[in-house]
Write a protein that binds this ligand. Structure first.
Ligand code: DGY
Length: 317
């Protein structure tokens, strides 16, 4: 039987659907490290990949029988997709099912940072709360403010819909303009990157990582943002050049930041940990039982689809 390698734990029982068709190697307790993954991939027919593992040319070249790479997540920057395709390997991902969860995380980070919820939590827990005060941890109201969305795909559009509930003005900047019907439904206004930087009170990054977005947020970018702006990144860490972000925070170029994704995870700069206007979470965007269960089903569906000669629902590229 052909081998399917599952590189980390999935939610639910979806793996059982493979056992009649494949020899399954399942890392059910933790995500494999890169070295173990490289070795285990060499005789695989299919691989279910986690976002933290890189599927580069070397892995593809040393896995001659590989037919499908089924990625748990929507972002496929961890995979050399065009090279895989050139070798006839199908690459799939799991969009749609995670949009609401990831958008909710974005809104949660926005609220937590704007309303200083994490600082308040710490203050109470360490015993620094000495009673109500009129100016205690003053934050920034969302209502009526301008929210900018960089990358307005499914997740960005869900954020726009949610922001409507706070009566925010919503701007977006995207590689291609959305259909007029979508703009009208979500009360979205299109702007260029300069407009997004200059006008946003809150700016959420949902853009994928690619050559154009890598280090898009550097010192020059921060200089063009409002000093009162709060930046939220739920896309990919390397879209922000972290040393420049630290410099921008130190010189008050922006007011705060929330990062669900880091430039070189899991390591994080001390200067970010120390700052009260920085909120950090460990890549929890799609981390709900609902989304992760659905993603776990989709990665298995894709493997079975390719095996049984069907085109999977979500082929990348
Ligand atoms: C995604 O889908 O890309 C999420 O960030 C999980 O990796």
């Amino acid at each position: 039987m052909d081998k399917v390698l599952i590189t980390g734990p999935l939610i639910g029982d979806s793996v059982s659907r493979l056992v009649d068709h494949f020899r399954v190697e399942y890392s059910r307790n933790e995500v494999m490290n890169q070295a173990a993954f490289s070795q285990a991939a060499t005789d695989a027919w299919g691989i279910v990949t986690m976002t933290s593992l890189s599927v580069d040319r070397h892995i593809i070249d040393s896995s001659p029988g590989l037919k499908v790479i089924s990625n748990l997540g929507v972002g496929c920057d961890n995979i050399d997709v065009s090279y895989a395709q050139s070798k006839g390997i199908v690459v799939t991902n799991t969009p749609d099912v995670l949009s609401e969860s990831t958008a909710e995380m974005g809104m949660g980070l926005l609220l937590a940072t704007a309303r200083r919820i994490i600082e308040g939590d710490r203050m109470v827990k360490v015993g620094d709360f000495s009673g109500w005060k009129v100016d205690l941890l003053l934050g920034s109201e969302l209502n009526g403010k301008t929210l900018g969305i960089l990358g307005c795909g499914r997740i960005g559009q869900s954020i726009a819909r949610m922001a409507g509930g706070f009566e925010m003005q919503v701007l977006y900047c995207n590689r291609s303009r959305l259909p007029a019907k979508v703009e009208a439904r979500l009360h979205l206004s299109v702007v260029d990157f300069d407009g997004l930087l200059e006008k946003s009170d809150f700016l959420v990054i949902t853009a994928p990582l690619n050559k154009e977005s890598h280090h898009l947020f550097d010192l020059k970018t921060f200089e063009r943002m409002k000093a009162s702006a709060i930046l939220i990144n739920i896309g990919r860490g390397p879209v922000i050049k972290e040393v420049d972000l630290i410099a921008a925070l130190e010189t008050n170029l922006i007011a705060g930041v929330a990062l669900d994704v880091l430039e070189t995870p899991p390591s994080v700069a001390e200067q970010l940990k120390e700052r009260t206007n920085v909120t950090l979470t460990p890549h929890l965007g799609s981390a709900t039982t609902e989304a992760r269960s659905a993603m776990s089903d989709l990665v298995i569906d894709a493997v079975l689809d390719v095996h049984q000669g069907r085109v999977p629902n979500y082929v990348v590229g």
